[in-house]
Design a protein around this ligand. Sequence first.
Ligand SMILES: NC(=O)CC[C@H](N)C(=O)O
Length: 330
Amino acid sequence: ADLPAVKILATGGTIAGTAASNTQTTGYKAGDLGIQTLIEAVPAMKDYADVSGEQIVKISSNNMDTKTLLKLAKRVNELLADPKTDGIVITHGTDTLEETAYFLNLVAKSDKPVILVGAMRPATAISADGPMNLLEAVRVAASKEAKGKGVMIVMNDEINGARDVTETNTTNVSTFKSPELGALGYISGGKIRFYKESTKRHTVNSEFDVSKLDTLPRVDIIYSHIDDDPVMAEAALKAGAKGIVHAGTGNGSIADPTFEALKKAAANGTVVVRSARVPNGATTVSVPKYTEAGLLESDTLNPQKARLLLQLALTKTSDPKEIQRMFEEY
Ligand SMILES: NC(=O)CC[C@H](N)C(=O)O
């Protein structure tokens, strides 16, 4: 039959995890199973797509790094450019799933569907969520409706856009949510149902390009708290950070001693972006001194996604005005 061709790129994670007993849902070995085993476990995928697999790495995604991320992004673009590929599914650990998804959302050069999928229970567990998640991810990747909507995460019957989705629970299968801005759609009653899409720039409308990149500029995240002091900011600068994302309290507020250090950093050419440790809402100018010091706002991007956008932004420019524009557009 003339089914859409979907390539599954496997990177590891719990979806490929194994444990000694079928009741074990923690302390298992992530990324143990190869892509062929995952494909064979879900024969129903063949009803929706002509599926083939490729193992990129076998890691627990808390160990994801720039080198692997760039390798994955370049392979994704190679496959998307191939007329024989209709869609891509990427199996991935959940720890950094939202980061890889948002990164690809910024650098994938095609409107063909790119779907990330993971699981919260290892493949060996009773009620493992991986097989159904994988089936639904392949279905969405093979669908016409998913075209042009940017990179998405499909898990637990929900379709969430890469920009707004975040992991909300450490262990529960219902963990990937777009808390305030909402899911793009569902898979229910045997149907893929889309209700909305992001208004932000992504994929074919993105200005970022990884094809010539072998590394990304260093950007550190500093998480604020009571008794905050400039020690972490100073360490980041000493490590050579070209950018700093500050995960501020409330509306991206900064403790005064840390602010003094960040203000100096910004004056010396390090790009500083105010994000927030609060999960919802945009960071706005809460006090004029932040703008006067040249600090930027992350909009609604959480610190880990603001970090990736800042890294890509810094590959193009170090002009704070230009970078603020990017934070408004992506
Ligand atoms: N649910 C998961 O996939 C988490 C397993 C592991 N920590 C990872 O991110 O790969």
